[in-house]
Unconditional design. Structure first.
Length: 351
């Protein structure tokens, strides 16, 4: 059997498919399982995964319609089954799945805007459940595809190559981080598409939290984030203003993950880095405002969720619409009024 995993929606979403992928490989040991990804970070995560035969990278957003259609013709009718990983609630993803032409096309039936996003083009379907984690939804999707119930729910998988571990250790040595030093990682960024920048806790609060952890616990703070988050990291670095804080600028996601492994605690917005932290077994303090915690809490690792638990939350569910806030008092109150002391209290539980 030839199966194509279509993981176009993001780095974290690709990572949260890895437990289902492991079970799929276990139950179909001789299958040819390939993955199609759009983001370089997803390509990195999948390239080291032993359960895939091949990773195909193509950036549909950058290449445009003509080149995208030409590329899809190369994949057409080559696979017996294809899977749109959860969540992929966009018409473009369903059209791509349909155009590739597998006889079995697996995808979730979404509770919101499923028909308008052409969900009817898929023929192996599992109904969405707002109480179920992304990982569990993906497992159910793979079970439906092969008609078999799996046993167990594995952790996320992100193998780090040995050369990146060596590179990560060099960074830590160059930064003079002692073996017994308390190290706390911060990821102050998150995706910005569809107005999701409003999921971010303010950089001033990250800086205040860093100062407090340095003052009270002599902690070393490592600031993580991708190239597009460089200015954000530098702002927090400047606001903390201490030699106990380091910027982590790496050439790859795997190198970043190798450095992350040294962190005693990882404080992060709802982001792909949150899921990477879970994949490598860190203690995670997750700052979650408008998104559904049932979907995306750190999987199979110790974690605390810093949240105001407002009656109006969660207000974001999987659909193409941008993130909006309907409150009349404080817009995005779930993030704006989450205090430094609330997050600090969660971090201290792990110290």
């Amino acid at each position: 059997m030839k199966i194509l995993i279509i993981a176009l929606s993001g780095i974290g979403d690709a990572l949260m498919f890895t437990p289902a992928l492991k079970l799929l490989r276990k139950n179909l040991p001789n299958a040819e399982i390939d993955a199609l990804v759009m983001y370089r970070g997803a390509q990195e995560i999948y390239s080291s995964n032993p359960n895939l035969n091949k990773v195909i990278h193509f950036n549909f957003l950058e290449e445009g319609a003509f080149k995208s259609i030409k590329f899809l013709f190369q994949l057409r009718k080559k696979y017996e089954a294809s899977i749109n990983v959860y969540p992929s609630n966009r018409k473009e993803y369903n059209l791509i799945n349909f155009f590739i032409g597998a006889k079995k096309r697996a995808a979730i039936v979404y509770l919101r805007k499923n028909q308008s996003n052409f969900g009817f083009l898929n023929n192996v379907r599992v109904f969405e459940n707002d109480d179920v984690h992304n990982v569990q939804a993906n497992i159910k999707l793979c079970e439906a595809l092969i008609g078999k119930n799996f046993s167990g729910e594995p952790p996320l998988e992100f193998p780090i190559p040995e050369n990146e571990i060596v590179s990560g250790n060099k960074f830590l040595n160059d930064a003079d981080i002692a073996a017994n030093e308390l190290v706390i990682g911060f990821h102050p960024g998150c995706a910005t598409l569809k107005n999701h920048i409003n999921r971010r806790w303010e950089p001033e609060k990250f800086a205040e939290l860093g100062k407090k952890l340095i003052k009270d616990h002599s902690a070393r703070i490592l600031l993580f984030g991708g190239p597009d988050e460089k200015e954000l990291k530098e702002k927090i670095f400047s606001l903390i203003g201490s030699d106990k804080v380091n910027l982590v600028n790496t050439r790859s996601l795997t190198q970043s993950a190798a450095i992350m492994k040294r962190c005693n605690v990882f404080v992060t917005n709802d982001s792909s880095q949150m899921h990477i932290a879970a994949a490598i077994g860190l203690k995670v303090v997750a700052i979650i405002g408008p998104t559904n915690r049932n979907y995306i809490h750190p999987w199979k690792t110790e974690h605390q969720i810093a949240s105001l638990h407002l009656d109006c939350a969660p207000c974001f569910f999987y659909s193409p619409r941008p993130l909006i806030c309907n409150r009349t008092d404080v817009k995005f109150k779930c993030i704006k009024e989450l205090t430094v002391d609330m997050v600090y209290t969660s971090v201290v539980k792990y110290l």
